[in-house]
Design a protein around this ligand. Structure first.
Ligand code: GRF
Length: 206
C-alpha cells in the first residue's frame, strides 16, 4: 500500500507511522511522500531523517483556494498512492479530492467522534472542550474522510481517561501517547492487509 501522509505540525503521528513500518507493526505499506502546508513543520524534519520525499504546498502561495486545490490534487495524483493519511493536517481537503479518493483518505481526530468534533474543534481546542464539559473519558478516532468535517465512517477508536488536574496540554499529550500513536498505525496496517471494508458508511474489520 503506497501512502501519502499530509502534515502541518510536529509530525508525531507521522513518526508513529514511520516507526510502525520499521518495526513491522505495519506490513505491506510504504510512505511515498509527506506533504505539508507549513514549511516550518517539524514533520518535514522527520521525513528528511528517514529519507522520505517531502513536498511543501501552502494555500498562502496561491491567489485562490481553487488554484491551491488544483496543485494539491495534481501533486497527490502524481504519486499514484493508494491511501492518503491526514496526520495533524490543518487544511480542508478539496471536495473534488474526497470524491476521487472515496474511502482512500483517513484522518485522526483527538476525541471520541461524534463528541468534540466538527468546525472549530482542532488541536488544543478539542481538549479544552473536553475539560470544560467535565467528561471522564475521551480518546481518539481514525475515520475515513467524507464531505463533512470529522463525519466519515469510523475505523478505530481508543478511550483515554481524563484526570481531575489535567490541563489541555497534559491531556493532549496523553491522548497522543495512549491513543493516536496506537490507532493510526493499527488502522493503516488493517487497510494495507485488506482487513477493512465499508458498507453503508459503516466500517467492518475482518
Ligand atoms: C494532534 O493532536 C492530532 O490529533 C491532530 O493534530 C495534532 C498534531 O499532530 N490531528 P502531529 O504531532 O503533527 O502528528
Amino acid at each position: 500500500l503506497k501512502l501519502a501522509v499530509c502534515v502541518s505540525g510536529g509530525g508525531s503521528n507521522l513518526q508513529a507511522i514511520i516507526d510502525a513500518i520499521d518495526s513491522k507493526a505495519i506490513t505491506n505499506a510504504e510512505i511515498s511522500v509527506v506533504i505539508s502546508n507549513n514549511a516550518n513543520a517539524y514533520a518535514l524534519e522527520r521525513a528528511k531523517k528517514h529519507e522520505i520525499e517531502s513536498v511543501c504546498i501552502s494555500p498562502k502561495s496561491y491567489d485562490s483556494r481553487e488554484e491551491f486545490n488544483r496543485v494539491f490534487i495534481d501533486k497527490i495524483d502524481s504519486y499514484d498512492v493508494d491511501l492518503v493519511v491526514l496526520a495533524g493536517f490543518l487544511v480542508v481537503v478539496p471536495e473534488e479530492m474526497i470524491k476521487k479518493y472515496t474511502n482512500r483518505i483517513i484522518n485522526i481526530h483527538p476525541s471520541l467522534i461524534p463528541s468534540f468534533c466538527g468546525k472549530g474543534y482542532y488541536g488544543l481546542k478539542v481538549h479544552e472542550g473536553v475539560l470544560s464539559r467535565g467528561v471522564k473519558i475521551t480518546g481518539a478516532t481514525v475515520h475515513f474522510v467524507d464531505e463533512g468535517t470529522d463525519t466519515g465512517p469510523i475505523i478505530l477508536q481508543k478511550a483515554v481517561e481524563v484526570l481531575e488536574d489535567d490541563t489541555p496540554e497534559v491531556l493532549q499529550r496523553r491522548v497522543m501517547e495512549q491513543a493516536e500513536w496506537k490507532i493510526m498505525p493499527q488502522a493503516i496496517n488493517l487497510i494495507a492487509n485488506n482487513k477493512v471494508s465499508v458498507i453503508d458508511k459503516k466500517v467492518y474489520i475482518k
